[in-house]
Write a protein that binds this ligand. Structure first.
Ligand SMILES: [Zn+2]
Ligand SMILES: [Zn+2]
Length: 61
């Protein structure tokens, strides 16, 4: 089951499901784009993977 984390694991910045700033690694570690670029240098500190932008989840009702 895929769990959507809603905060950056580094700075605890809020990353709601519609946030364009959320980045995830191959193992679903979640960070904000600022931490990925400025601090992590696109390398996950947990598993060493690279990041991609988390798709924005839109709820259509
Ligand atoms: Zn962050
Ligand atoms: Zn990771």
């Amino acid at each position: 089951m895929l769990e959507m984390r809603s905060v950056c694991e580094h700075c605890s910045k809020a990353l709601p499901s519609d946030s364009g700033e959320a980045m995830i690694c191959a193992y679903e570690c979640t960070f904000c784009s600022n931490c990925v670029e400025a601090i992590l240098e696109n390398k996950c500190p947990n598993c060493g993977g690279t990041f991609e932008k988390r798709p924005i989840k839109k709820t259509t009702s």
